[in-house]
Design a protein around this ligand. Structure first.
Ligand SMILES: C[S@@+](CC[C@H](N)C(=O)[O-])C[C@H]1O[C@@H](n2cnc3c(N)ncnc32)[C@H](O)[C@@H]1O
Length: 224
C-alpha cells in the first residue's frame, strides 16, 4: 500500500475541512443521488465519512470505507457501518454485492502516479457488476499536482468503463454555502458551476464483457 501521510494527527484538520464543506455537500448530494443505480453503494477512501453520512440520511444503503483504521474507527463512532478497505484491492476485502462505488478525492486516484490510478480503476472495475456505476469526484484546482481529467477518461476507458456523464461542480468558496440562499447557490452551481466548478464529477458505468448482454438494471439516473 502506498502511504499518503494520513495519520491520526491529521484528523482535526480533516474534520475542520469537513465542517467547512458541510453546507456545500448538503446542497450537492441531491444533485448526485439520481446518478446511482438502485442498490448498495460502497464509498472508498471516505475519510471522515461525511458524504456517506449525508447519503445514509436520505435512506440510501451506503457503506463507507477507508484504508486507514483510525478513519474507520472515527466513522464507526459516528454510527456509520464503516469498513477497512484498500481501494487498490477491493475484491479481496469486499463483503457483499455493490452496484455503485463512490469516491471523492481519494489519494490513489488524485495522485499524478498514473500507474496507481490505473490499478485503482482496475480494482473498482473488478468489484462492480456489468452496468454498475463508479462515481468519482476529482478536484480541479489550478496549480495542484493532481491527475488530470483527460488521464481519467483514458484510463477509465481502458479499464472497461463507459463515461455516462460528466460535469463540474462548486463555483463558490465552501464558506459561502452556509451564508447564501439555497436557490441562489443552486442557480450558480447549475449554470457557471457546471462549466467552471472546482471539481469534476465523472459518472462511469462498467461495460458488459464482450458478447454478454447488458443486465437489466433499472435506470435511476439522467444521462446525456
Ligand atoms: C483527500 S482524503 C479524501 C477523504 C474524503 N473522500 C473526502 O472527500 O473528504 C484522501 C483519502 O484517501 C484515503 N486513501 C489513501 N489511500 C487509500 C487506499 N489505498 N484505499 C482506500 N483509501 C485510501 C485516505 O486515507 C484519505 O481518507
Amino acid at each position: 500500500m502506498t502511504e499518503f501521510h494520513y495519520v491520526p494527527g491529521v484528523l482535526p484538520t480533516m474534520l475542520a475541512t469537513t465542517r467547512r464543506q458541510r453546507a456545500k455537500d448538503a446542497l450537492f448530494i441531491p444533485t448526485l443521488v439520481p446518478y446511482f443505480r438502485p442498490g448498495p453503494i460502497l464509498e472508498i477512501g471516505a475519510g471522515c465519512g461525511q458524504l456517506s453520512e449525508l447519503l445514509a440520511a436520505r435512506g440510501l444503503d451506503v457503506t463507507p470505507s477507508d484504508v486507514q483504521p483510525f478513519l474507520v474507527d472515527f466513522m464507526l463512532s459516528r454510527g456509520l457501518q464503516a469498513r477497512i478497505m484498500d481501494a487498490t484491492d477491493l475484491v479481496s476485502g469486499i463483503d457483499r454485492h455493490y452496484t455503485n462505488v463512490l469516491a471523492q478525492s481519494i489519494s490513489v486516484l488524485i495522485t499524478p502516479d498514473l500507474e496507481l490510478v490505473e490499478e485503482t480503476y482496475e480494482s473498482v472495475h473488478a468489484a462492480l457488476p456489468a452496468g454498475g456505476r463508479f462515481i468519482f469526484i476529482l478536484p480541479n484546482l489550478w496549480g495542484e499536482h493532481w491527475s488530470r481529467a483527460r488521464d481519467h477518461l483514458r484510463i477509465a476507458d481502458r479499464a472497461g468503463f463507459d463515461l455516462v456523464h460528466r460535469f463540474r461542480h462548486q463555483i463558490l468558496p465552501s464558506v459561502l454555502y452556509s451564508q447564501l440562499p439555497g436557490a441562489v447557490l443552486r442557480a450558480a452551481d447549475g449554470s457557471l458551476g457546471r462549466l467552471l466548478g472546482i471539481r469534476w464529477v465523472f459518472i462511469f458505468e462498467r461495460r458488459p464483457a464482450a458478447g454478454v448482454e447488458r443486465p437489466a438494471i433499472a435506470d435511476a439516473g439522467s444521462e446525456d
